[in-house]
Design a protein around this ligand. Structure first.
Ligand code: ARG
Length: 461
């Protein structure tokens, strides 16, 4: 029935049922209802300010919309897919409640500027939730770091044991990643919290709108500058998806490490029961499923970013219905990022790291070899030669089945006359850490400084 549609004036025939099913978005964009209602209330108030509606009319619209929100929140609202989207569903219910006055709300507005406003409000709310969750994750990492300032583990390059570091330093590296993610969110918010209302369909409107007043009413920082850009810009969604992708990449890297560390051949960490599962056939197993799922879910978030980039790449100006495909990737990403961050914040305190296992791997791996080379270089031996001498000493120790620190001075002197009794001070693993005094390194001063900075950041956000 053509007359049923709000836009149906020129249509003689009904929309095909398949077309209704194919094109509806209310089955997912109903989630924008809170922003839709907030935006419409601001629009009504400003229409009154501009002398378009009487104060009483605006008041009736605002109250009618409050009623619609209550219905949605209490689960009484019946979403109707034949009405396409959240905007038409809300407006039509408003008109049922307050009568024909509801039809005045859409003056000086198009769904094209309306949908972007709704989506901007939604994305902004959710980005703030992500930022809060990131703060909880950073706190959980900092707490573990605090407890492991003396725990030595093999720092790797190429996933090969390279030099000893403290576990706190390793975990604080992740704090840096997550703090940058939070910063990226702040940056996204700057471009998300911009009001597009007043752009109308694409060209602006003949009505005397006041976009700044709408933005002020909604507490948004900025107002669109170009109506064509306002209705077709989805950069803010791309940026949110990118930011979510980076968050997931960071989480996934850590998950990968935990999965490796939990393998009994490493035994660096014991998994919390609350976030592990057993095998239905192999009784000895304890699987790091939460970490695996998080690593796995990362792919779908990257996929959402790709999907929206692809939607946007061929679109001529201005609004095209293709843009309706911006929402599901974001909803899915939001669910994934928010739940993953919540799981990580809750799971992190349950990891029991095993310092003895980490230490044993350090000692077995000749991770103090660089110290010996540096020791020789400090005594004037050209570094290349020092490197060579150290290599020979490592080969000797390996054959003898002991660490460099367990060689006797006589054994050392077969490789260089420059080695003296003081070599044992530098080969000591705790000394390796202590002597790394360079800024941002794994030495104790740097690590406690980093911890302090992370704590200060936690206070400031
Ligand atoms: N569901 C639509 C979307 O998400 C709302 C805007 C519709 N605008 C239009 N001109 N048909 O993009």
């Amino acid at each position: 029935m053509a007359e049923k549609k709000m836009w149906g004036g020129r249509f003689a025939e009904a929309t095909a049922t398949l077309m209704e099913e194919y094109s509806e978005s209310v089955s997912f964009d109903w989630q924008l209802f809170a922003g839709d209602i907030r935006g419409s209330q601001a629009h009504a108030r400003v229409l009154a300010k501009q002398g378009f509606l009487t104060e009483d009319e605006a008041q009736a619209i605002v109250e009618g919309l409050d009623k619609v929100r209550e219905e949605v929140e209490s689960g009484d609202f019946e979403w109707d897919t034949s009405m396409e989207d959240v905007h038409m569903n809300v407006e039509s219910r408003l008109t049922e409640i307050i009568g024909p006055l509801g039809g005045k709300l859409h003056t000086a507005r198009s769904r094209n500027d309306q949908v972007v406003l709704d989506f901007r409000l939604h994305v902004s709310t959710r980005l703030r939730v992500w930022r809060d969750l990131l703060r909880q994750v950073v706190r959980a990492f900092a707490d573990q770091a605090e407890a492991h300032q003396k725990t030595i583990l093999p720092g790797c390059t190429h996933f090969q044991p390279a030099q000893p570091v403290v576990l706190a330093h390793h975990l604080l590296a992740y704090c840096q990643m997550f703090m940058r993610d939070a910063e990226r969110i702040d940056d996204c918010l700057k471009r998300t919290e911009v009001s597009p209302l007043g752009a109308a369909a694409l060209a602006g409107t003949t009505h005397p709108v006041n976009p700044q007043a709408v933005a002020d009413d909604l507490g948004l920082d900025g107002v669109f500058a170009n109506s064509m850009d306002a209705v077709s810009d989805r950069d803010f969604v791309l940026e949110a998806l990118f930011t979510g992708s980076v968050v997931m990449a960071h989480l996934s890297r850590f998950c990968e490490e935990i999965i490796i560390w939990a393998n009994p051949n490493f035994g660096f960490v014991k998994l919390p029961d609350a976030y592990s599962t057993g095998s239905s056939i192999m009784p000895q197993k304890k699987n790091p499923d939460a970490c695996e799922i998080m690593r796995g879910k990362t792919g779908r978030v990257f996929g959402s970013l790709m999907s929206l980039l692809t939607v946007l790449k061929g679109l001529p100006m201005t609004y095209n219905r293709d843009l309706q495909e911006d929402k599901e990737p974001f909803f899915d990403t939001d669910r994934t990022v928010a739940t993953s961050l919540a799981v990580m914040a809750d799971m992190m305190p349950g990891f029991v790291f095993v310092p003895e296992r980490m230490r044993a791997t350090v000692e077995k791996g000749f991770l103090n070899a660089t110290e010996l080379a540096d020791y020789l270089a400090a005594k004037g031996v050209p570094f290349r030669e020092a490197h060579h001498i150290t290599g020979a000493a490592v080969a000797h120790a390996e054959k003898a089945g002991k660490g460099l620190e367990a060689l006797t001075l006589d054994e050392f002197r077969q490789f260089s006359d420059n080695i003296a009794e003081d070599v044992f001070d530098v080969l000591d693993y705790d000394a390796c850490i202590r002597r790394r005094t360079s800024p941002g390194g794994t030495g104790p001063e740097s690590v406690s400084g980093q911890l302090g900075a992370v704590r200060a950041w936690l206070q400031s956000v």
